[in-house]
Design a protein around this ligand. Structure first.
Ligand SMILES: Nc1nc2c(ncn2[C@@H]2O[C@H](COP(=O)(O)OP(=O)(O)O)[C@@H](O)[C@H]2O)c(=O)[nH]1
Ligand SMILES: [Mg+2]
Length: 464
C-alpha cells in the first residue's frame, strides 16, 4: 500500500453548531494513551489506564485538562481497538455535550496531547489504505453523507456495501487471467502450447467484456445525473402555461400566472426532487419578438438557458397546436433532448387531439392540464424514466470517475477486437488488455496513485 501513517489524527466528527452531543474522534497508535491522560473514570481519582476501557463499550467519566486540572465535561468514551475499527487502527471517540465551544476546546486538549488535526476524509482514507474497503466503498461513504434525495442515499449505501466493487473485481479478474495467459504464450510459446484460442478470445471480448463495460457506462451516466442533478428548462411561446406547469411541478405558486402574454420576463429557478433525481427547474419568458426592451432581454435569457439545458420541456397549448411560433421554437430546441408537453387538454376533446409535425423528434409527449394538475404525475414519471433513475436495479450507480475509467477500458477492448480482426500479433493485443485491466484497477483503488487519493478524499468533510 502507498503510505505508512504512524501519526495519530483527531477531528470533530459531528456537524458544526450546537447539538445534544458532540463527538471528537481520534485514530492512530497514540489514541488510547491520549484518552487515558485526559480521562478520569467516575469514582476514581487520577488519570485512567488502558484497562479501564473495554473495547467497543461506553465508559462514563470526566475529561480534565491535565495542565490546569480543570474538569471540562462529563463524557462517554469508547475505545475501538485495532484492527477491528473503522480505520483498522486504535480508534477513540469521546461523546461530550454538543456545545461548539466545548467541543473545540476538547479537540484542543487532544491535539495538545500529541494528535494532529485530521485532513478532510482522512479517517476514510486510512480505512481504505488499511484494506478495510475498496475505493468505490470509500466513495460510497461520501455519497451517503452528501445524498440529498432518497435515491441518492440508496445509491451511496449500495456503493458502501461493495456491490459495484465486486462487479468490477470479477470483470477485472477475468481480464487479468486472459492477460496472464497471453503473456505466457508470448514469452514461452513452445512450452505452453496454445493457451489462448483466437476465436474464443474474440467471442469473450465481444460477448462478455464489452457488453459488461457498456452497461456499466450506461449506468454511470444515470449515476452522474443522480449525483449532480439535471437542468430542466420550460420553454414555449407566450401564454401556453409554462409558469402554470412550473408551479404544478413544484406544488406551490412560485411563478406568476396571468392571462396576459409576456408575464414572465426573467428566469425563475427552483430546485426540485423528481423521484429522487435532483433537478434545477427553470421557467422562462415566452419566446416571441417583442418591442418591449425588458421582455426582449427576458427572451434572450430564455434562449441562453435553453442552450444550457440538459432537457427542455417544450410546452404547447392544446387549443393552438403546433402553430408557427412553436414550430420555429422547436427548431431552436431540437439540438437538446426535449419532451413535448401539451397543456390545457381540458380545452379540447380527446378525439380532437392534434398530432405533432412528423419532423419533430421529442423523447416523449405528455398531455396535461396544468390548471387541475391532471397528467403531471405521468410527466414526472416520464422524466424520471428518461433520466434512468426510476428502476430499482439502478441502486448501485457508478460515479463520474468510475465511468471515465470504464470508457477507457472499453476503448482498449475495442482496440483488441479490431486488432484481432486485422490479425495483429499477441504482444500488440496484450498491451490493450493490460490497459483495460489497469483502468478497472483504478476504479477499485488497486493502482496506487496518491494524487488520485488526494483528489477523492479532499471532497470529504473533516472528521469522516
Ligand atoms: N384552461 C386552461 N387554462 C390554463 C391551463 N394552464 C394555464 N392556463 C391559463 O393560461 C394562461 C397563461 O398561463 P401561464 O402559466 O401564465 O402561461 P405562460 O405565459 O406560458 O407562463 C393563464 O390564464 C392560465 O390560467 C390549463 O391547463 N387549462
Ligand atoms: Mg410565464
Amino acid at each position: 500500500m502507498i503510505v505508512e501513517h504512524t501519526d495519530t489524527i483527531a477531528a470533530i466528527a459531528t456537524p458544526p453548531g450546537a447539538g445534544g452531543i458532540g463527538i471528537v474522534r481520534i485514530s492512530g497508535p497514540e489514541s488510547i494513551a491520549i484518552l487515558c491522560r485526559l480521562f478520569r473514570k467516575k469514582g476514581m481519582c487520577g488519570p485512567a489506564g488502558p484497562a479501564d476501557f473495554a473495547s467497543r463499550r461506553l465508559t462514563l467519566g470526566l475529561i480534565c485538562d491535565p495542565v490546569s486540572g480543570e474538569e471540562m465535561d462529563e463524557v462517554l468514551a469508547v475505545v475501538m481497538s485495532a484492527p477491528a475499527s473503522f480505520t483498522g487502527e486504535d480508534v477513540v471517540e469521546i461523546h461530550a455535550h454538543g456545545g461548539p465551544y466545548l467541543i473545540r476546546s476538547l479537540l484542543g486538549l487532544v491535539v495538545a496531547q500529541g494528535a494532529r488535526p485530521a485532513d478532510p476524509g482522512e479517517f476514510t482514507r486510512r480505512a481504505f489504505l488499511a484494506g478495510r474497503m475498496d475505493l468505490t466503498q470509500a466513495e460510497g461513504v461520501m455519497d451517503l453523507i452528501a445524498a440529498r434525495t432518497n435515491a441518492a442515499r440508496r445509491m451511496g449505501s449500495a456503493l458502501l456495501c461493495g456491490e459495484l466493487g465486486s462487479e468490477v473485481r470479477r470483470l477485472r479478474e477475468n481480464l487479468l487471467d486472459l492477460a496472464t495467459r497471453m503473456a505466457a504464450e508470448i514469452d514461452f510459446p513452445e512450452d505452453v502450447g496454445e493457451l489462448v484460442d483466437t476465436t474464443v478470445l474474440f467471442r469473450e471480448v465481444v460477448e462478455d467484456y464489452l457488453p459488461s463495460l457498456e452497461s456499466l457506462i450506461h449506468r454511470g451516466e444515470a449515476g452522474i445525473r443522480l449525483r449532480e442533478g439535471i437542468r430542466l428548462v420550460i420553454a414555449g411561446v407566450p401564454n401556453v402555461g409554462k409558469s402554470s406547469l412550473m408551479n404544478c411541478l413544484l406544488d406551490r405558486e412560485r411563478s406568476i400566472v396571468t392571462d396576459i402574454p409576456g408575464t414572465t420576463r426573467d428566469l425563475v429557478e427552483e430546485s426540485l426532487n423528481l423521484s429522487g433525481l435532483p433537478v434545477i427547474l427553470t421557467d422562462t419568458a415566452g419566446i416571441r419578438d417583442s418591442e418591449d426592451p425588458v421582455e426582449s432581454i427576458g427572451v434572450e435569457r430564455a434562449r441562453a438557458s435553453i442552450l444550457n439545458a440538459d432537457r427542455v420541456l417544450l410546452v404547447l397549448d392544446a387549443g393552438r397546436g403546433a402553430d408557427e411560433g412553436s414550430c420555429a421554437l422547436e427548431k431552436e430546441v431540437a439540438s437538446c433532448p426535449y419532451v413535448v408537453v401539451v397543456n390545457k387538454k381540458d380545452l379540447v376533446e380527446d378525439s380532437r387531439r392534434f398530432s405533432l409535425p412528423p419532423s419533430w423528434q421529442p423523447e416523449a409527449r405528455v398531455d396535461i392540464c396544468a390548471r387541475t394538475g391532471e397528467g403531471v404525475d405521468t410527466l414526472r414519471k416520464v422524466l424520471a424514466d428518461l433520466a434512468g433513475v426510476s428502476s430499482p436495479e439502478h441502486a448501485v450507480l457508478p460515479n463520474l470517475r468510475h465511468t471515465r475509467a470504464f470508457e477507457k477500458a472499453r476503448d482498449a477492448l475495442v482496440r483488441v477486437r479490431e486488432g484481432l480482426g486485422a490479425g495483429y500479433f499477441w504482444d500488440l493485443l496484450s498491451v490493450d488488455v493490460d490497459d483495460a485491466v489497469r483502468e478497472l484497477g483504478t476504479v477499485l483503488g488497486e493502482v496506487s496513485d496518491p494524487d488520485l487519493l488526494d483528489r477523492i478524499f479532499s471532497d470529504f468533510c473533516i472528521g469522516k
